[in-house]
Design a protein around this ligand. Structure first.
Ligand code: GLN
Length: 489
């Protein structure tokens, strides 16, 4: 089958395949493999088939240049984006029956561009986690090894693309939730600059960090999705202009030779040999492509994990205050007054990790502790941001591995939250600084994928897109496919 949107688009245009055939194919793969992977929370078979028929009719009755640009192409959305045609659960019992009244901006923009939503992907509850194990709907498994996690929080989206459920999927990334699962599942993932994709209709976790993005089998597909969904939205005042619609042709290389920065802290980290080797090999490929390499100092990035795990819980504690059993979502049925309604609703319907974050965050914001925790963390965040500003005076991109290990085993870190948080080591600095960053496949270790991580300066997605696309012309890591063990009945 076709791996990329670009290939599918061509096949549809040349009438080698119909949209109905395509959508039926993907629904078939989902039906066959999802019982093993649990990557989907809902599948919209009927709606997807209807939409495919409409696309085929449209294509038969119109000239190609008057069709919506992505007419008939499939996508899976993370179950954090509001969609009127289905429930949006956010992986939580709290929203298990929540039916939104409006579509998230990225959902409606991609639908207007002609895309067909196959279903909604599994995720950590309220996007809090690095393994997809906190989902109310059960863990999702890694297509490369069913005893390993796919990463999180957008684990379902990454696993779905890796397993061939869809060529592309959306995700969200607050501290690494696109890049880390992309690395664990051997797919490409991009988190754009904060404010590039609208947060309207995306369930909030930590609003100064939350950013949507995409997974695909190659970087060119992600550029295509951004072209049709990024840019200002009157419903989200933090959105920015995305100045280059259709302008980031992946093959088109910037005029000036780019420079890659390698953080000085990399020499202090002891990484598994296979990851160090993949890192060196990735640098070697870029050097062959004409990139120069230089060391950069990012001295405050070493504080990114504690900084993030104060700021994100603080913001989550205030965002999740809305789930009180009154307005919408789960309502406890054993309450005798308003206070017990609040307490029982939240006690019954939030999972352990979400409760831990709410408690930590409430503590960090409480009077007497605010200065010591939240304010202190905000100051360190500014220092991390400044380090990047300085570094980007000298380099265009910063390379690290995406994760300090390959995918870990299901259950391995669930009883040790600190060990789980450490797996975000390399993704958190770019999140705290609001920078665009991508993970792309760059090797394997014992059958599990290795991802490399490039970060760029604010609004410089084009360097990421061009560089990863060039890397993917030189290498074939992104073309490898897992051989999924079937669930034995
Ligand atoms: N793993 C991080 C966390 O648990 C990041 C999650 C995310 O990016 N949504 O908070």
């Amino acid at each position: 089958m076709y791996k990329t949107l670009s290939e599918i688009k061509q096949a549809l245009e040349s009438k080698a395949v119909s949209s109905l055939e395509l959508i039926t194919h993907y629904l078939g793969v989902i039906q066959q493999l999802n019982p093993s992977l649990n990557a989907m929370i809902s599948v919209h078979e009927q709606a997807a088939i209807e939409a495919a028929k409409q696309c085929d009719q449209l294509r038969a009755s119109r000239s190609a240049d008057t069709l919506p640009a992505l007419c008939g192409l499939p996508i899976i959305h993370k179950d954090i984006f509001c969609t009127v045609q289905s429930k949006t659960t956010c992986g939580s019992q709290m929203l298990a029956n929540f039916e939104p009244h409006y579509d998230a901006t990225i959902v409606s923009r991609l639908r207007q561009a002609g895309m067909i939503q196959l279903g909604n992907a599994n995720m950590d509850e309220f996007a809090m986690g690095s393994s997809n194990e906190t989902s109310f709907f059960g863990p999702c498994y890694n297509p490369w090894s069913l005893s390993h996690v796919p990463g999180g929080s957008s684990g379902g989206s990454a696993a779905a693309v890796s397993a061939g459920f869809s060529p592309v999927a959306s995700g969200t990334d607050t501290g690494g939730s696109i890049r880390q699962p992309a690395a664990f599942c051997g797919v490409t993932g991009l988190k754009p600059t904060y404010g590039t994709l609208s947060r309207y209709g995306m369930v909030a976790f930590a609003s100064t960090l939350d950013q949507a993005g995409y997974f695909a089998n190659d970087m060119r597909d992600i550029a295509l999705l951004l072209d049709h969904s990024a840019g200002q939205d009157p419903n989200d005042s933090t959105t920015r202009n995305y100045p280059e619609p259709n302008g980031i042709a992946a093959e088109q290389v910037g005029d000036k030779p780019l420079t890659i920065g390698v953080p000085a802290f990399m020499s202090d980290h002891s990484l598994p040999a296979a990851i160090s080797h993949a890192f060196d090999e990735t640098l070697a490929v870029f050097k062959r492509l004409g990139y120069s390499v230089q060391t950069v100092e990012l001295p405050h990035s070493q504080y990114a994990v504690p900084t993030y795990y104060v700021i994100a819980p603080a913001e989550c504690s205030s965002n999740l205050a809305r789930y009180d059993g009154v307005k919408y979502g789960f309502r406890s049925s054993n309450s005798h007054n308003l206070e017990s309604l609040y307490v029982n609703t939240r006690t019954e319907a939030f999972g352990e990790e979400v409760k831990r974050r709410i408690l930590l965050g409430t503590f960090a914001l409480s009077s007497g502790y605010y200065d010591a925790y939240y304010e202190q963390a905000s100051k360190v965040r500014t220092l991390i941001k400044r380090d990047f500003e300085q570094a980007f005076n000298n380099v265009d991109l910063i390379l690290t591995p995406t994760t300090p290990s390959t995918a870990f085993k299901v259950g391995e870190k669930t009883s040790d939250p600190i060990a789980m948080y450490q797996s975000d080591l390399y993704t958190l600095p770019a999140s705290l600084a609001g920078l665009p960053a991508a993970s792309f496949p760059a090797g394997f270790s014992e059958g599990l994928p290795i991802g490399m991580h490039l970060a760029a300066n604010r609004c410089m997605e084009r360097y990421l897109i061009q560089s990863v696309a060039r890397f993917q012309q030189e290498t074939d890591w992104h073309l490898k496919q897992p051989n999924i063990e079937r669930d034995t009945p």
